[in-house]
Design a binder for this molecule. Structure first.
Ligand code: FUC
Length: 785
């Protein structure tokens, strides 16, 4: 039974006393004190972080406001140095190879562009003193937020909506008593402001801010009042004596509209339309859209009772003391991850942009790691739950960016590696698809595998959606060009095709005694394990995609030939997966990355169903790293959760999940990384891990593969998606499946495993092998009696 907000009181007292579904709402009884306690909403392109302060502050971002235009940072010395660097690596002169790699291959300048704040909105109500019955709430099912409080006997409410259909943000402020609402609305920015003006003519009241630095933009807030007087007040619009005031906001940038005339016309059109239809219609269409998508999945892990009715900061601090009392915090975190992705990653037309390191929410001109796209784990993690938790429309911006990056990566393949075909990306990119190496350090800069990792998402999109048109028109070109680069770039060494100079993100090892600079810490080498695993996945994807599309010939034979010459993951003396080509001593045993376990998650080469031996060795590596203290950033800890899920170890998924929730969430439940900096990947990876615990789908649809039976004896989930386009609902009791329903979206063969291999029935008949499914049909799975 789904629980919703219980409407028990008249509206004026309602917000303060309502019982909020603890799995659905983030509830606060104070205003935000900074960005990390704000409430994030977004329409996939424009986002708001809502503070709910007496003078309202809303940090507004448009996702293409970055620090500057395209720059070619590729290093022209790279190509000439390649064979000498490779020879040094072959000779065991790793330090000299590493140094030469940095000297000749690092980009110039070393950094791509960085993501920038757009504007801040201030709404001054003239409210001073204590705000009574204060409540601030984010709804993870509708994607909306509210603030309410009482002052001077009047109840005030503010609603905040991000509309995907209208392409704007809309806010409504109301007073419970007639004509008690005064507001003064302004926009602010501290850098590169070309103009910031308020205007009032022909019934249009607007504040318009235009920038002239970085990627230029025009932002505008339209103010609509139900009465009172409305006027220009310096750079602000003032309303006196109203009962309800609406604000509509949009920003449009040079990224999508290079000319200011087109840009401002787009801005005007969207705002004119929103004002014309009015706030209630904008809101209801926005809610219908978001809720229609977010309600596809429903997770029930039981009720926390009164523990779940506390404000979020209190729930977090209680959870540190007693995690078992608030299992709904897990459900809320799961739901929040879906809301945050839908809010920050939508198909917004031409050149939609994926969620960056902070999703879209940023108030800093110099954000951590430039808030860009880090493609050696973080950007990919942002999309780990896109398909499994039934949000496939959020995936599209990633493919838009990959297409832009393919062109850049094609030029970079020529410039740096002398390869005339295919594309290369290194460990970061930006909104221009920057393909050059980033920063200057041996453990991270020169890693030519970013394109291979991203290409995996294109194939997975097909596997989950079964959308052949997507496979043909969008995935195939990406896979093909990714592979073409490696056909040129890889070299033969000891009978295998290898990468180099490359590295295992972002780890280091101690140079062994039989090499030149024994005892030194290095990162650059030949064929780190992750590179081989990524190539294994890529060549298999080419073969699989070609089979679906009916493509034959050299494209397939080449992939098969290369696949046969990529070294398989090696098992070392402690039974672990080797991270590098030799069993080097790790310089940092608790390192936060699990790069050499890519093939376990998110890849598939080392999953138990593919290879028990490699899965067992992965477990040794994972246990050792965790025991040494890894999982030391939020994203790292949730990667461990996903890895344990793939090892079918539900208890470890759960215990790492608890550690995660006790350590990394900020006040508004955003994940944190180093220095408690907000980084959204951990939010998304957590949601992915919960899904992975309940459903997996490599070769078979595995129901409850990693259920933590003791911690979670009963619960249910509806709407998770498996490869093959199967939608799965499952209910479990006493630590065992009670019943599951599988809906075949696309038909096709369905193979099922339940809880690692118990006997079960499908539609009342004992399951004894694959079922040929019918499109749209539901199949009921019960335990064999
Ligand atoms: C990688 C990680 C860091 C951080 C950064 C954004 O470099 O190693 O921990 O997450 O990306």
């Amino acid at each position: 039974m789904r629980t919703h907000l219980y409407l028990v009181l008249p509206l004026n007292a309602f917000f303060a006393h309502a019982q909020w579904d603890a799995s659905r709402y983030l509830v606060f009884n104070t205003a935000a004190s900074g960005l990390s306690s704000s409430l994030p909403i977004g329409n996939g392109r424009v986002a708001a972080a809502v503070y709910g302060t007496a003078t309202e502050r809303i940090t507004l971002n448009e996702n293409s406001v970055w620090s500057g235009p395209w720059q070619d940072r590729g290093n022209a010395n790279s190509q000439g140095a390649l064979s000498s660097i490779r020879q040094k690596l072959i000779n065991g002169d790793l330090s000299s190879a590493g140094q030469q790699t940095l000297d000749t291959m690092a980009g110039n300048p070393t950094s791509p562009r960085q993501y920038q704040p757009t504007v801040d909105m201030a709404i001054d109500f003239g409210h001073n003193g204590t705000l009574g019955n204060y409540t601030r709430v984010l709804d993870t099912l509708q994607g909306t937020a509210i603030t309410s409080y009482t002052l001077g006997g009047v109840d005030y409410t503010r609603e905040y909506v991000a509309s995907y259909p209208a392409g704007v943000l809309a806010f409504r402020m109301t007073a419970s008593q007639s004509r008690k609402l005064n507001v003064k609305v302004s926009l602010n920015r501290t850098k590169a402001v070309a103009s910031n003006t308020a205007s009032s003519s022909d019934g249009v009241h607007a504040i318009t801010l235009k920038s002239n630095g970085g990627i230029e933009f025009a932002a505008e807030a339209r103010v609509v009042s139900d009465g009172g007087s409305i006027s220009v007040d310096g750079q602000a619009i003032s309303v006196q004596g109203a009962t309800a005031v609406d604000i509509f906001f949009d920003a449009e940038t040079a990224y999508r509209y290079p000319g200011s005339i087109a840009r401002e016309a787009a801005l005007k059109e969207k705002l004119d339309n929103a004002v014309k239809v009015g706030y209630p219609a904008v809101k209801s269409a926005a809610v219908k859209d978001a809720q229609g998508i977010l309600s596809r999945v429903h997770l029930n892990l039981g009720s926390s009772g009164s523990a779940g009715r506390q404000p979020v900061p209190k729930r977090l601090s209680n959870f540190k003391k007693n995690a078992t009392a608030d299992s709904e915090l897990v459900t809320l975190y799961f739901n929040y991850g879906r809301h945050l992705l839908l809010a920050s990653s939508r198909d917004t037309g031409n050149r939609s942009l994926p969620a960056n390191l902070q999703g879209m929410w940023n108030d800093n001109y110099d954000p951590p790691w430039q808030s860009k796209y880090t493609i050696n784990i973080n950007t990919e993690m942002n999309y780990w739950h896109a398909l499994t938790t039934n949000l496939d429309e959020t995936h599209k911006p990633l493919f838009d960016l990959i297409d832009i990056a393919r062109t850049r990566g094609n030029a970079m393949a020529k410039k740096m590696y002398g390869c005339n075909q295919g594309f290369v990306l290194h460990h970061n990119t930006d909104l221009w698809g920057d393909a050059a190496p980033v920063d200057k350090g041996t453990p991270y800069t020169v890693w030519p595998m970013g394109g291979a990792w991203l290409s995996q998402h294109a194939m997975e999109h097909y596997r989950f959606t079964q959308d052949k048109d997507f496979l043909r028109t969008r995935a195939w070109p990406v896979l093909k060009e990714a592979a073409e680069f490696y056909y040129c770039y890889l070299f033969m060494y000891n009978g295998s095709y290898v990468t180099g100079p490359s590295l295992s993100p972002e780890n280091t090892f101690v140079v062994p005694s039989n090499m030149r600079t024994a005892g030194k810490t290095e990162g650059v080498d030949i064929a780190p394990s992750i590179d081989n695993q990524l190539l294994w996945e890529l060549f298999n994807n080419i073969i699989d995609a070609a089979a679906v599309l009916g493509i034959n010939g050299t494209e397939v034979s080449k992939a098969k030939d290369y696949l046969s010459k990529i070294k398989a993951p090696q098992v070392g003396s402690k039974g672990q997966i080797l991270e590098w080509r030799n069993e080097y001593q790790e310089a940092e045993a608790p390192h936060r990355h699990f790069s050499h376990l890519f093939g376990l998650f998110p890849g598939s080469q080392m999953t138990p169903i593919k290879s028990e031996k490699l899965a067992a060795a992965s477990k040794v590596s994972l246990d050792n790293r965790i025991r040494a203290g890894s999982g030391s950033t939020g994203w790292s800890r949730v990667w461990a959760m996903n890895l344990y899920a793939r090892l079918l170890d539900g208890a470890s998924v759960w215990s790492n999940g608890i550690t995660f929730l006790q350590t990394y969430p900020l006040d508004n439940l955003w994940n944190s990384g180093e220095n408690r900096w907000f980084q959204i990947d951990g939010n998304f990876g957590f949601t992915a891990a919960i899904a992975e615990m309940l459903l997996q789908s490599h070769e078979v649809v595995h129901i409850l593969p990693a259920l933590p039976k003791t911690a979670l004896p009963s619960g249910s989930v509806e709407g998770l998606v498996a490869r093959g386009g199967f939608v799965v609902d499952v209910e479990w009791r006493g630590g065992e499946m009670a019943r599951a329903m599988v809906t075949a979206r696309s038909g096709g063969e369905l193979r099922i495993v339940v809880e690692g291999g118990i006997a079960f029935m499908v539609d009342g008949e004992v399951y004894d092998g694959p079922i040929q499914t019918t499109v749209g049909k539901r199949y009921t799975i019960t335990k064999a009696s």
